[in-house]
Design a binder for this molecule. Structure first.
Ligand code: AQP
Length: 322
């Protein structure tokens, strides 16, 4: 059985990009694999440095996953910092990580360009991410395209550790679905919390509608043909519309008749119908936070058991067994 792992930062409102890039594939894998899912609260500290926000965000991130259908009986589900072994492994990995490898990472450069403070944590983020992955020895890591380079870095670090100290880590593969690799935001750039261009999944109906109406479109008149492949409204409709309806919409784009306002309303209704039940479930879950904490504690125990075995092997390999 394949072991599959991925995580999400509790650093803001869950959006459609996160959902299609990572959560939906993870939920799909739940039936047929050994699934590891974690809330990356240590990573989130590179942008969230507020005690209440981090704590509440962690509970909410867990509630998001549970509300969308994650079954803690069929996976291992925990909070990153509840398995402190990951920090020790990050150090063991950092000594075989060339500076140049981290200096080439786009994500670091992008975030600094967006005025996120250039801390050591932000720079070393890919090493902690490598530890997150390698500690559990997964075969596959489903992510969005923005994380592709970080998966390659994790593989490079694992290879570097293996060749320095002897075979220890399995090299994981990333899983990136072409059709959902980069979900566009309201402005057509990658949907991203830090671009403020997101469609949040759990926003109330009114906010959701407002966000969808903000999707940027061109000024081509309704009756004229338009190119669906360069339209971010169409890219989002593709994720939600049934195949026959999508074909009709495609024809409207090609031959004239695609009214953006009408299509936005249709998209809003589709998104709302898809996520309204989860919105209700999330409210119920958050009404009993102790239950969520219990589930996460149980998950952390299982994750620690697996992680401790890998860490013991890595410690032995580097020569800590004096
Ligand atoms: N637009 C996207 N399309 C496809 N996948 C996406 N992911 C994020 N945005 C898109 C994927 O979601 C997973 C969890 O992401 P994260 O918690 O690590 O946050 P992120 O990638 O940092 O998300 P944001 O919104 O882009 O945050 P900021 O602005 O802080 O960088 C990952 O697998 C990611 O690929």
């Amino acid at each position: 059985m394949q072991r599959i792992l991925s995580g999400i930062q509790p650093s803001g409102q869950l959006h459609i990009g996160n959902y299609f890039g990572m959560m939906e594939p993870m939920l799909r894998h739940m039936a047929s694999s050994e699934l590891y899912v974690f809330i990356a609260n240590l990573h989130a500290m590179t942008s969230v440095q507020d005690k209440e926000r981090l704590a509440q965000g962690t509970l909410e991130a867990a509630a998001n996953f549970l509300a969308l259908g994650l079954d803690p009986e069929r996976c291992i589900f925990w909070v990153q910092s509840d398995v402190p072994e990951v920090c020790e492994l990050a150090w063991l990995l950092s000594v075989v990580t060339p500076m140049g490898l981290l200096e080439r990472c786009h994500s670091y450069k992008d975030k600094v360009a967006k005025k996120i403070p250039a801390s050591h944590g932000l720079f070393a983020y890919p090493v902690l991410m490598a530890a997150d992955i390698l500690l559990y020895q997964p075969h596959l890591v489903p992510v969005g395209r923005d994380q592709k380079q970080h998966i390659e870095v994790a593989r490079d670090i694992a290879g570097s550790f293996n060749s320095t100290f002897g075979e220890t880590f399995m090299l994981p593969d990333g899983e990136i679905n072409a059709s959902t690799a980069i979900v566009p935001g309201l402005d057509g750039q990658k949907m991203s919390k830090s671009y403020d261009n997101t469609i949040p999944i759990f926003a109330d109906e009114k906010t959701l509608r407002k966000r969808v109406m903000l999707i940027q479109t061109d000024a081509t008149p309704v009756a004229e043909p338009k190119n669906p492949d360069t339209c971010n409204l169409y890219a989002l409709l593709k994720l939600f519309a049934a195949p026959e309806r999508l074909q009709e919409i495609h024809d409207l784009y090609m031959h004239g008749g695609a009214a953006y306002g009408y299509l936005k309303q249709e998209l809003f209704e589709l998104i709302n119908a898809r996520f309204a039940p989860a919105r209700e479930r999330k409210k119920e879950l958050l009404a009993n936070p102790e239950h969520i904490r219990d589930l996460l504690r149980q998950g952390a125990e299982k994750a620690r058991e697996k992680g401790a075995r890998t860490l013991a092997l890595a410690r032995e390999r580097v020569g800590q067994g004096y």
